[in-house]
Design a protein around this ligand. Structure first.
Ligand code: SAH
Length: 466
C-alpha cells in the first residue's frame, strides 16, 4: 500500500517540515500491524513528493487478532487483501507517522500548516466498495479533482473482469491538515472493512477528524455508517451529535441555563412547580417505567428515584456534558446496586428513532420541544408518539404570552437564547391536538405556575394518553 503526497508550493521541500519528516532521510516505523516507511521519491524547490509505504504483516495480524476473523473462508485469516490495500491501517499509520500534521501543527512552519497549498494525494490500491461513483461522491463535494484507474481482478485473466481496486489521485488546494483528515476518515469508508473492533472511542475520532466538514457533507450518513462499521447505535450517536449542530450550544447552555432561565423565572420558583406538576401526573398515571427525555442535569430524575413507584427510569439527553453532571448529581457511581439498577442515562437525540425508548409506561418531555428546530419537531413527534409510544406523555413548554410578566425579560425576547420558538397557548394547543389526532392519543392541558387572568400560566403542559 502506497500513499504519496505531492506539492508544488515553493519551496516544495517545506513539505518535509509540514510532515515532520526530513526529505533527505528515509525512515521506518514499527506499527502493531506491520511496518511503515517514509521516503521522498522527489524533493526539489518546485516539486516535492513524500511517500508512505505500508507493509502489513498478515501473519502478525492473525497473531494479534487484528485481521479478518476468518469467518468468510478457512484461509481468510491468512489470505486476504489487507497487506496490499489502503484500509483503516492507513488511517492508523497516518495518525502515528504524521500525527502532528494530522492535527494541523508544524513546529517549523506553523503558518504554512494553516495555508491552503496545491496538494496531490495518490493512493494505490484503494478497495472501493461502491465503485468509482462512491469515490467521487465522497471526495468531489470536498473540492477534490478525482481521477481513478480501476484494476482488473487479475491481469493474466482479463475475463475475470474488474476488481474493486483503484489507483486514485486526488488534487486540491487545501491545508495538509484537511487533506490528511479527509483521508483518515474516508479511506476506511471506501474500504468498508475495518480491521479493528469499533468502540465508543471511534465515534470520538470520527467527530474529531470530521470537524468542520463532515456535518455538511452530502454523504454524511453513509460515511458515518461505514466508518463505524454499521454499528447502528454508534452511528446513531455520531449522526445525532453531528446533526445537532447546537450540541455545543447545548453543552454550553447547560451551565448558563440554570442561571439565565432561573433568573427570569425565579420569583415563583417555576422550576419547582413544573417538576412538581410533572411528578403529580406521572404518579397519577400509575406508570412504573418512565422516560425523562431531554433530562439535562437530572432534576426530574432525582425526584423519580426518590419514589418507589418508578421501577425503571431512563434519562436521555443530546448533551453529553449534561449527562455527566446528572450522573454526578445523582451520585450514580455510589448508588446501592438495587437503586443503580433502576436508573440509566443514555446519550441520544430525540429526533432519531431509538429502540431504547420503546416499552415505557410514561415519558416526560419537560421544556425540551422549544429547543428543537421546527423541521426536527416533526421527527421528534414520530420518535415519541409513533416509535417509543409510551401510554402517557407529559410535554411542557413556555407560554410566551406570560413573558410580559417577567420584569427582567426585555419585550419580544425568549426566556433562553437556545429556544427556537416559544408558543402562545393557542399555538401549543393546536400543535398538541394535531399530534394527538395523528398518532391516536387523547390530550388534555394543564396550567403550571400562577395563572394570570390575562396572559395565562407561565408554563403550559399537555398530557397525552394512548
Ligand atoms: N428537562 C430539563 C431540561 C430542559 S432544557 C428540565 O426541565 O430542567 C432542554 C434539554 O433538552 C437540554 O438538556 C438539551 O440538551 C436537551 N435537548 C435539546 N435537543 C435535544 C434532542 N434533540 N434530543 C435530546 N435532548 C435534547
Amino acid at each position: 500500500m502506497l500513499l504519496t503526497l505531492t506539492t508544488t508550493h515553493r519551496p516544495a521541500t517545506d513539505l518535509g517540515y509540514l510532515l515532520h519528516k526530513n526529505p533527505a532521510r528515509p525512515q521506518a516505523f514499527d506499527l502493531s500491524f506491520g511496518q511503515a516507511r517514509v521516503f521522498y521519491p522527489e524533493a526539489s524547490d518546485d516539486r516535492c513528493t513524500a511517500a508512505l509505504l505500508l507493509e502489513v504483516d498478515p501473519v502478525g495480524l492473525v497473531r494479534n487478532r487484528r485481521g479478518p476473523s476468518g469467518e468468510g473462508f478457512a484461509l481468510e485469516q491468512y489470505v486476504n487483501d489487507r497487506p496490499y490495500v489502503a484500509s483503516s491501517f492507513l488511517s492508523v499509520a497516518i495518525a502515528q507517522v504524521f500525527g502532528s500534521a494530522l492535527s494541523g501543527g508544524s513546529k517549523e512552519r506553523p503558518e504554512l500548516a494553516k495555508t491552503p497549498i496545491p496538494l496531490v494525494a495518490r493512493l494505490a490500491a484503494v478497495p472501493c466498495r461502491g465503485g468509482e461513483a462512491l469515490l467521487r461522491a465522497l471526495f468531489e463535494p470536498l473540492g477534490y479533482r478525482v481521477s481513478a484507474t480501476r484494476h482488473p481482478l487479475d491481469e493474466t485473466f482479463p475475463e475475470w473482469g474488474e476488481g474493486p481496486y483503484f489507483t486514485v489521485e486526488l488534487s486540491h488546494t487545501l491545508t495538509l491538515h484537511d487533506l490528511l483528515t479527509h483521508l483518515y476518515v474516508l479511506v476506511p469508508v471506501l474500504d468498508d472493512d475495518k480491521h479493528y473492533w469499533v468502540g465508543d472511542e471511534e465515534v470520538e475520532k470520527l467527530l474529531r477528524h470530521g470537524q468542520g466538514w463532515l456535518a455538511a457533507h452530502p454523504q454524511r450518513e453513509q460515511i458515518v455508517h461505514r466508518y463505524l462499521k454499521r454499528r447502528t447505535h454508534l452511528a446513531r450517536e455520531a449522526l445525532a451529535r453531528l446533526l445537532e449542530e447546537d450540541q455545543q450550544d447545548a453543552d454550553d447552555a447547560v451551565e448558563q441555563r440554570d442561571d439565565e432561565e432561573e433568573r427570569v423565572e425565579q420569583k415563583i420558583s417555576l422550576n419547582e412547580q413544573r417538576l412538581g406538576a410533572v411528578m403529580a401526573v406521572l404518579r397519577g398515571s400509575g406508570a412504573k417505567r418512565v422516560l425523562d427525555l431531554g433530562c439535562s442535569t437530572g432534576n426530574l430524575l432525582r425526584r423519580l428515584l426518590d419514589e418507589k413507584q418508578f421501577e425503571r427510569i431512563v434519562g436521555m439527553d443530546v448533551s453529553h456534558r449534561s449527562l455527566e453532571i446528572a450522573a454526578d448529581k445523582i451520585h450514580l457511581d455510589r448508588l446501592p446496586p438495587k437503586q443503580r439498577e433502576r436508573i440509566e442515562l443514555v446519550h441520544g437525540s430525540l429526533t432519531y428513532r431509538d429502540k431504547r425508548l420503546a416499552g415505557y409506561d410514561a415519558a416526560a418531555v419537560v421544556e425540551v420541544i422549544e429547543h428543537l428546530d421546527e423541521p426536527r419537531l416533526a421527527a421528534f413527534e414520530r420518535v415519541l408518539f409513533e416509535f417509543a409510544r409510551p401510554k402517557t406523555a407529559v410535554v411542557t413548554t413556555p407560554n410566551v404570552e406570560y413573558n410580559v410578566r417577567f420584569p427582567t425579560l426585555p419585550a419580544g425576547k425568549f426566556r433562553h437564547k437556545d429556544h427556537r420558538f416559544e408558543w402562545t397557548r393557542e399555538q401549543f394547543r393546536s400543535w398538541a391536538e394535531a399530534v394527538a389526532g395523528r398518532f391516536g392519543y387523547a390530550v388534555r392541558f394543564l396550567p403550571v405556575g400562577p395563572e394570570d387572568a390575562e396572559v395565562g400560566p407561565p408554563t403550559q403542559m399537555a398530557v397525552f394518553t394512548a
